[in-house]
Design a protein. Structure first.
Length: 380
């Protein structure tokens, strides 16, 4: 198991507050990758009006919620599992599949490796390569698949690289995994932010393949990490039965059910989110391309990975510079295969993005002994 260094997670605002003596309410978190619009006004009003639902138990089968999710992802309610965030579903799936050897595309979210390790299995990484802009080299990757692997884990779009795999590429992967009896767990937490969602999501493949489970969450796109509502899509009914047998009842509370029944049909909110993210993603990416001391990698999700090219500047330097101005970015030296030259941050509201770009370019444009920072016009 790879040793992961300590870091501040996007949710660790209390620790940040204590360590830097900055009120957490004043921190703009570019590290949490959460929709900057916050929860939709429609959802806020509905939850307030229906607060009394907590006086009763939710439906044990969550039938209405699963129907809403199925309609949203164009699947069958019988193919839908719901859980207390996608984290619970990852844990349950690993416990049931009990893989002895898992292959993970990295660098990526550490929870996959942790769950496999806790289940007694071993993990191996297939590293996405910087020279490919961290995009998957399909032919090289598939040459590494064999019958010794039980489980393949793919985050798509991937965190922290923001690169993605197309559904056609995933189909080729699934065909080969079928030959080697490899199950595929795909985390699509960030897919709804992608401009070409229909070209990336693997949900339609669950109608034809029984060796894939797709995980999603309402934490990021719907700005509801505290709701703890996650779901999975799979065409493997035996797997669904096994997970439901093991899963504790009522892991989703009544308010989360109400929220889920509404949010997946809130078309205006979803469109506003995609419009905002698409505009800011393009603006930030092109701006960073013009800066000599940064190399941004093409983003598919609502965040971007950038390499620091200036020799005397590290990811920790930039983290410190940003947090002291009330902005929290991710120091990516904690991810496998990355080092102190990589940072990741999500796209927030336009004025916040401009402030962060000003901070980053102030830092890289200033000569070591200079007292006057040289800052280019942002998005000029």
């Amino acid at each position: 198991m790879i040793k992961h260094k300590d870091h501040f997670h996007g949710s660790d605002l209390e620790k940040i507050e204590q360590h830097y003596n900055i009120p957490k309410e004043s921190i703009v978190s570019f590290s949490a990758n959460v929709n900057p619009l916050g929860i939709s006004p429609q959802l806020r009003q509905t939850l307030a009006e229906r607060l009394d639902v907590i006086t009763g138990y939710p439906d044990r089968e969550y039938a209405s919620l699963r129907r809403c999710i199925a309609e949203y992802v164009h699947s069958d309610p019988e193919n839908i599992l719901v859980g207390n965030g996608s984290t619970e579903l990852i844990s349950l799936f690993i416990q049931i599949e009990h893989p002895k050897k898992a292959l993970i595309l990295g660098p990526t979210y550490s929870e996959y490796e942790r769950e496999v390790f806790l289940g007694g299995g071993a993990t191996h990484y297939y590293p996405l390569k910087e020279e490919d802009d961290f995009r998957l080299n399909l032919s090289d990757f598939t040459s590494h698949l064999n019958e010794s692997i039980d489980l393949l884990v793919i985050c798509n779009p991937n965190n922290p690289t923001s690169s993605s795999i197309t559904r056609e590429e995933m189909r080729q992967i699934l065909d080969l995994c079928k030959q080697y009896d490899i199950f595929v767990m795909t985390d699509e937490t960030y897919v709804e932010f992608a401009e070409n969602v229909d070209d990336i999501t693997s949900v339609p493949l669950t109608h034809y393949y029984n060796n894939i489970i797709i995980l999603r969450s309402t934490a990021k796109f719907f700005a509801a990490p505290g709701l703890r509502l996650g779901y999975a899509v799979t065409g493997n009914r035996d797997l669904i039965k096994s997970i439901n047998t093991r899963k504790n009842p009522w892991t989703i509370n009544s308010l989360a059910v109400i929220a889920g029944e509404l949010m997946f049909s809130d078309v205006s909110y979803m469109q506003a989110t995609r419009t905002l993210i698409a505009k800011e993603r393009e603006a930030v990416y092109h701006f960073l391309q013009e800066q000599p001391d940064f190399k941004p990698y093409p983003p598919s999700a609502n965040f971007i990975l950038a390499k620091i090219l200036r020799p005397d500047l590290t990811s920790q330097d930039l983290f410190e510079r940003a947090i002291r101005k009330g902005m929290m970015i991710r120091d990516c030296s904690t991810f496998p295969f990355l080092n102190q030259k990589y940072i990741r941050f999500c796209f927030m509201l336009p004025e916040d993005n401009r402030r962060l770009m000003q901070c980053l370019t102030d830092c890289h444009s200033t000569a070591p002994n200079s007292t006057e920072p040289q800052t280019p016009d942002f998005f000029a």
